[in-house]
Design a protein around this ligand. Sequence first.
Ligand SMILES: Cc1cc2nc3c(=O)[nH]c(=O)nc-3n(C[C@H](O)[C@H](O)[C@H](O)COP(=O)(O)OP(=O)(O)OC[C@H]3O[C@@H](n4cnc5c(N)ncnc54)[C@H](O)[C@@H]3O)c2cc1C
Length: 502
Amino acid sequence: MKQHVIIIGGGLGGLFTGAILSKEGFHVTILEKNAMIGGGLQTFQRFGEHFDTGMHVIGGMQPGENIWKLCHYLGILDSVKIRNVDDECTDRLYFAEDKSYYTIAKGRDGFVRSLARSFPDEQRNLERYVDAVLAIADKVDLFNLRPSTGQISLFAESNDFLMAADAFIAKYITDERLRSVLAYMNPLYGGRAHETPAYVHAIISTLYIKGASRFVDGSYHFAQLLSDVITSNGGQVIPGNAVEWINVVDRKVEYVRTKSGKQYTADYYISDIHPCTLIKLMDKKAFPQSYRERLETIPNTHSAFALYIKLKPEAFPYINHSEYYMTRYADVWNFSRTDKPWPLGFLMMTPPNSHQGRYATKVLITAPMPFDMVKRWENTSVGHRGTEYEAWKTKCAELLLNQIEEIHTGFRECIEAINTSSPLTIRDFYGVKDGSICGFAKNCQNIVLSQVPVVTKVSNLLLTGQNNNLHGFCGVPLTAITTCEAILGVNYIINKVNACAE
Ligand SMILES: Cc1cc2nc3c(=O)[nH]c(=O)nc-3n(C[C@H](O)[C@H](O)[C@H](O)COP(=O)(O)OP(=O)(O)OC[C@H]3O[C@@H](n4cnc5c(N)ncnc54)[C@H](O)[C@@H]3O)c2cc1C
């Protein structure tokens, strides 16, 4: 008899966890609230174009890397459509404060060489910094798909590991501007000064030093590939089926009920939704009060305001790297702060399609934004937020367009149509507290607070997704392995993935 698993939420974490468990012989049912599965992999259609919502730059997909191997084990690798960014320019950064541009090249040597061009006196320091970054990432068994010794390697061995990321950079780098340049990926992972641990900075940096990619023809096809693994193994993935109640008796889930009124029972229940959203779906007594209070106390990473721009035909070039706009060097750690003028910066990219030519058809702009900026509309729902909100969104879009004009003069002329989304959109579409883009923030001053294990005090309920460990295209699938191994045994999946890659 197959054991049954119900997964609440068909985002990246739910789909990876479901795909792995279904391949290992479980009967998996995924219940997804939205009409479309995928969570951060979801796309939407506007002005005749498909736009990605939460997966623009992806890491871990270079041959032999962790997510590449995981896709190989799941049998989907050959169907994943990605395009690598340019080796000599994976990212281009612009700091408005002194109108300076920096380009980043791929690989350890490329990274050092490209930045040493602008900071020649820091060449040796850059080498020491990159080696320290790579050394931290090398220590994490899961990141390297190494069988775990059972010890919590996260906290072991290196002094650099748990220091604050800004202090870690300053330990190796003397030049103040270069310190800020090295923190340019903060918008992607919610880096905060004095709080974000160096290991978070190191893992994200390592991923992209090794090589970044983008989905071709949108991220949704990847959700579909994972869903196909589940259905081809006899499972089901059901969109438009929000879980509204989880019945827990004596610390055990008895059933979940969806909005349609249907009850589902299983041997295991796995939640891919934000833990603060999860506990609202069950009786207060399901978890100890201390656990619930702790979850509510953990700060979340910042949210974002986004522009989805359809371009006029043959008006703007396709750019095969990401572009980061930063206002001031000192503000690179301040994206979560509400006492700063907005916007402090943004990520700009042109998503590729399978017949990509010289020109881009669309541009995505993602600008970090604290949730407090939309708090006055927090009790509204999609499509009913009022004219004041719409006017505010238009103003935000204008501010961003002004900044884009600084790095691409004449950009406004290339625009055919613009759609915008705010932190409220992210909150309501993904069901994420405060519209956070990466979920719970890690704080090296109180690292235990943000460590939420995948096993819970409710014996047959496990967690998966970005809040348990790291976020994003690499972090979430790795946590899916941890969740599956909580059922199947330590190293069970890692050994299979490695055996498959040999
Ligand atoms: C604007 C933005 C840009 C980003 N850019 C990148 C990037 O470039 N690269 C990168 O690696 N990461 C990026 N991320 C982060 C990445 O999208 C997330 O880390 C990842 O998608 C999280 O996966 P998850 O499975 O934990 O959650 P999600 O993907 O959010 O999945 C949760 C799912 O649960 C569903 N759900 C919620 N409540 C219920 C319920 N009651 N019943 C049933 N289903 C429910 C939601 O609809 C959703 O589908 C970005 C995120 C955002 C918001």
